[in-house]
Write a protein of this length. Structure first.
Length: 383
């Protein structure tokens, strides 16, 4: 039985009726890393794994929710004081509350849901969950909230109900995702544009190192401070520079001896990365996936040597990708662990993946996980 059928069967057993089915997706980011807080571009897309939820209004003031994956049933009210203790339920509760805060109507409903985004692997299962319910509630109560605001409902849920101070990219990709398209989002202006991504003859595959080095959050704050410091130095010569992403490369060179070398290298990476996103977009419009791949390697190099947020496991996977003629490979996400994202020719896929699994396991004592992804639709009503 597939996920949808299991949901429908459970829904009928629990509630004795049928509801409507909604879905949303996890996401990848092809390129544009550590650019969001620098006012630069990110370039995400929704993927073919996500959350599916069946929902029907129940005429009460309570939400009745069943998580198939956790095999747990929870009931909660819709007042601020009704926050459920189960973390999965607090995402749904948060989405309800954030909808209400925006003037939307929310009343009681019954739901059963399940998902197939690996949790905590960097594919944003939480955004898939939030955007499924944000979209569904907006639809069912006919609230007329626009799509960007639906993404912000997910983001605010993370901030206010789940203790995660995330940016907007994950929820944006999950809500706006479209099959066969990546979306370039300008994190300063929030303008976005779709670009075709149909890599025929290639696979997009993530290799999860299954490590998370503890350095991550302190290092993240230090990187942000370096970027702000570099931007401030450049701003003295070029007042139009609000964020580091506004700066030209030569403007960074002008201040090289006014800032610590470390800050210079961080800024060099960011300015390069903003340009690489634009180059990848141009390449995609020509269907030039070889250039896309080369840019991914350049990003990895920058993240590893200039921004210094890679780690032994990720550098190992990246080097192996080069050795096996993989078209593009880089660490995806904040760094210090998590996944590499790889663009691999079909005929090289088997050899590369089996080598990566074997050699990684031999070196690090545990197997990596492999996730094949296809760029797919985001939040939607299922027919
Ligand atoms: P990620 O990087 O995957 O977003 P998070 O820690 O932000 O990792 O979110 C994972 C949380 O989202 C889980 O702990 C759970 O509360 C919720 N979640 C995600 N997928 C599911 C699911 N299929 N069923 C229930 N809860 C889920
Ligand atoms: Mg998350």
């Amino acid at each position: 039985m597939d996920m949808k059928e299991r949901i429908q069967e459970k829904f009928r057993t629990l509630y004795g009726t049928d509801g409507q089915l909604f879905a949303s997706a996890g996401r990848i980011n092809l390129i544009g890393e550590h650019t969001d807080y620098n006012g630069g571009y990110v370039f995400p897309g929704a993927i073919d794994c996500g959350i599916v939820a069946e929902i029907k209004l129940n005429g009460t003031s309570k939400v009745h929710a069943y998580s198939l994956d956790y095999d747990e049933y929870v009931e909660f009210g819709l007042e601020e004081s009704d926050k459920p203790s189960q973390s999965w339920a607090s995402y749904i509760f948060g989405v309800c509350r954030e909808t209400i805060k925006r003037g939307g109507k929310v009343e009681g409903f019954n739901t059963v849901f399940a998902g197939d985004v690996p949790l905590g692997a960097g594919l944003s299962s939480s955004a898939a969950l939030e955007s499924t319910f944000a979209f569904a509630i907006n639809y069912l109560f006919d609230n007329g909230i626009d799509k960007f605001e639906l993404a912000k409902i997910g983001q605010s849920t993370e901030h206010n109900y789940c203790g995660v101070k995330c940016g907007i990219m994950d929820q944006f990709a999950s809500v706006f995702g479209k099959k066969g398209s990546l979306i370039r989002l300008n994190c300063k202006t929030l303008e976005y544009k779709y670009f075709p991504f149909n890599p025929e003859g290639y696979k997009l595959v993530l290799i999860d190192s299954c490590v998370k080095h503890e350095l991550a959050s302190s290092a993240y704050n230090k990187r942000r401070a370096s970027c702000e410091n570099a931007a401030a130095a450049i701003r003295k010569n070029h007042p139009e520079v609000e964020f580091l992403s506004d700066a030209k490369r030569v403007w960074l060179d002008e201040v090289r001896d006014q800032i610590p070398e470390e800050d210079f290298l961080r800024a060099e990476y960011v300015i390069g990365e903003v340009q690489r996103v634009l180059d990848v977009c141009d390449a995609l419009e020509r269907g030039d996936y070889e250039t896309v791949g080369e840019m991914m390697y350049q990003t990895h190099f920058g993240l590893s040597r200039l921004y210094e947020v890679s780690c032994e496991e990720l550098d190992f996977l990246n080097k192996l990708a080069r050795k096996y003629d993989v078209t593009g490979s880089r660490v995806m996400g904040g760094g210090f662990g998590g996944c590499t994202i790889n663009l691999v020719k079909d005929e090289l896929y088997e050899g590369f993946i089996s080598a990566a699994v074997d050699q990684f396991t031999e070196k690090f004592g545990h197997a990596p996980k492999i996730y094949n992804v296809v760029i797919s639709d985001g939040a939607r009503l299922l027919q």
